[in-house]
Design a protein around this ligand. Sequence first.
Ligand code: URP
Ligand code: ZN
Length: 462
Amino acid sequence: MKTIIKNGTVVTEKDCIQSDVLIEGETIKEVGAGINAEGAEVIDASGKLVLPGAVDVHTHMDLDVGFTRACDDFYTGTVAAAAGGTTTIVDHMAFGPALCDLWHQVEEYHRIADKKAVIDYGFHGVLQERADEEILSQMKEIADKEGITSFKLYLTYDQMLSDRDVFAVLKKAKEEGLLIPVHCENDGIIFNLRNRFVKEGKTEAKYHPKSRPAEAEAEAVNRMLYLAEAAGEAPLYIVHLSSRKGLNEVLAARERGQAHFGVETCTQYLTLEDSLYEDPKEGLKAIMSPPLRKKEDAEALWKALSEDMLDVIATDHCPFTFKEQKQRGSEDFTKCPNGAPGVEERLPVIYSEGVGNGKITLQQLVKYLSANPARIFGLYPKKGVIAAGSDADIVLLDPEKERILTASEMHGAADYTCYEGMKLKGDIDLVMQRGKVIVRGREFTGAKGDGRYLKRGASSLA
Ligand code: URP
Ligand code: ZN
């Protein structure tokens, strides 16, 4: 089966060129002007942008947080992703039972994702509580057998690793060419502030950001950068950078010449602010970690993106329903499940706010949402680019259309969006995965279970 996308503007990290795209089966066969493809089905993309399917390397589908689970499973969450132009996810595993080995969650995640996902998916492994010989040797074993080449660790939460174990993991990662994504927040600061607020009865949503200040992020980012350097320039990936202070640590490391790390920020830290926490009821919707920050923080992150100082824009998609699940925090923010939806909103919001307002270029949009995440997580050039030989994962975006984001049009299981009422320029017309159209307008036309598990290769940072 042949398809040709004609007369569109094909966007890559480097170029924006009027080209046709010829697809044979699941793969892009040719990209160029005036391709003759007799017998091919024609999709007319006149006036449209032809973008590589977006890659979201930070989602939490079906995340088990002990007392509840994220409301999107691998079906509803990937339908939402597809509707938002994301054709690949790399999902972050939940913690397993205390002290479990690394295989426990790998097996659990195959069980919960299998036959559900509608787009291609991979997993990051999760390191919790210990990094002894058993765990360190399983990292390599799992990379070889499962193509899981990144293992996340946390510097806060009960399952966090000690600096001793963090260093051992980084050494191992360097030896084996594996990537270590890290949740950077200082646990001591957060533990003390949360306890103090609760003791003083300061339990409304507005105390959530106060209990996780930017200094907690900056200290942890700084520590990780130096630990990774001391471990022989171990491959490091800082997830969900949210603050100017955290960013300053990243910029200082770049200035020193450190080049073995990548940094991700997320849609919400670029486009939302901590004033959302002022309303004690509505504020629960935005309880996530790290918390939303101030306008100056978002401005600093956009500036860094415009100067190519960050690497990825992801989502940390981790939705809970407002009517039920988020209400656990109605009397005490520390009881609220942390996380918010975002996988469907990312491409339209970043296109409109970023490209539409001249904060980043179209090429940078493709770099941050598709090419870099694919490259850093060992999926490039199969994913993340429109080029001969790559998977035909393609988004047609109409830059002239306008829309107002609203929860009733979203495809996930959450009953709200943090971006309710946001006026957007640009809208998705069509999404294709491996040559098959899976979204037309707002309609999902794909099928449950069509997503394939991706064994990933080495990171570009390793
Ligand atoms: O608040 C968030 N980000 N929830 C998801 C779990 C995590 O900490 O990444
Ligand atoms: Zn996360």
